[in-house]
Design a protein around this ligand. Structure first.
Ligand SMILES: CC[C@@H](C(=O)O)C(=O)SCCNC(=O)CCNC(=O)[C@H](O)C(C)(C)COP(=O)(O)OP(=O)(O)OC[C@H]1O[C@@H](n2cnc3c(N)ncnc32)[C@H](O)[C@@H]1OP(=O)(O)O
Ligand SMILES: [Co+2]
Length: 132
């Protein structure tokens, strides 16, 4: 597994894109809305991994709930895997809980699935696989 991206919950991509472009010295390479997840994303290349800024696209978004509860900040870690179906099986056998076991379309041309933070030391973990 490799650290594919760090998801950061932000109130406004307009404000945070300006901040991260200054911080990283580069512009976001992709903005993408994933309505099913209730997010608008903005991606930055940072060497081997990426930063994914996440703004809620609707009031029911998990990002809205997260920010209401915890404020802006690191939201999840995403690990890149070769075969997401094999990894779900392996981790289920290891006793990890999934929010939903069925990988779905994510952003940045990926299939994604999430483990419940309760079974990962309070860290929301995403697995993602490049869609062929
Ligand atoms: C763009 C697509 C994709 C990509 O391609 O990269 C993405 O990254 S989409 C990112 C947004 N989508 C998701 O986060 C989907 C997975 N998340 C969920 O299903 C929910 O957010 C959740 C994790 C199940 C929590 O939802 P819910 O139970 O309704 O909220 P609560 O506030 O009641 O949380 C319960 C419990 O979990 C803790 N929690 C919530 N979010 C996080 C988090 N990001 N990191 C760590 N812990 C989290 C929350 O604090 C509660 O704990 P307790 O207070 O101890 O009960
Ligand atoms: Co993500």
């Amino acid at each position: 597994m490799k650290l594919e991206h760090i998801g950061i919950a932000v109130k406004s991509l307009g404000v945070s894109d300006e901040l991260f472009a200054k911080l990283l010295g580069k512009e976001s390479y992709k903005k993408e809305t994933v309505e099913r997840e209730g997010v608008v994303t903005s991606f930055y290349e940072t060497g081997e991994s990426k930063i994914e800024l996440l703004e809620a696209s609707n009031p029911e978004s998990p990002i809205s709930k997260f920010i209401d509860k915890k404020g802006e900040g690191i939201h999840h870690l995403a690990f890149g895997v070769e075969n997401i179906y094999d990894e779900v099986k392996r981790l289920k056998n290891e006793g990890f809980q999934f929010i939903s076991e069925e990988p779905k379309e994510g952003a940045d041309n990926k299939l994604v699935v999430f483990l419940h933070p309760k079974s990962t030391n309070g860290v929301l973990v995403e697995l993602c696989q490049e869609k062929s």
